[in-house]
Design a protein around this ligand. Structure first.
Ligand SMILES: [Zn+2]
Length: 122
């Protein structure tokens, strides 16, 4: 799903997409001339590999996501808090790319299968 930057109103527009078994939906709203804030939820089943026993398992995901889309190059301002920003260079936001990147970021955390999660708690 693609949304053109110029079509995003200041009061927000709904977006929704999915990638395999993960759904991503929420609101995109313009926060400055070249910045759009996307606030949403990522939910569904994500296949992961346990970081402890290397077994693959499915994780039920239900995560709040806040990500900014920048039209063109994003340069963080001095003193500004570091934002989660994805740059787009063709005038529109690709929500699928955004979701893909959020999934990758999520995957890069440590995840344990149900069994290891239990062992950990003992
Ligand atoms: Zn495990």
């Amino acid at each position: 799903m693609q949304i053109e930057f110029k079509k995003i109103p200041a009061n927000g527009i709904h977006f929704e997409t999915s990638l395999s078994e993960i759904r991503f939906f929420g609101e995109a709203l313009k926060t400055s001339k070249t910045m759009v804030k996307c606030t949403g939820t990522m939910e569904g089943n994500l296949p992961l590999v346990c970081d402890r026993c290397a077994e693959s398992f499915m994780l039920m995901v239900n995560e709040s996501v806040e990500v900014f889309a920048s039209e063109g190059l994003y340069e963080d301002q001095e003193g500004e808090e570091l934002l989660n920003v994805i740059e787009f260079f063709d005038g529109s936001i690709d929500i699928d790319t955004m979701l893909q990147s959020e999934i990758e970021a999520f995957k890069s955390d440590y995840h344990y299968c149900g069994q290891c999660e239990q062992l950990k708690g003992e």
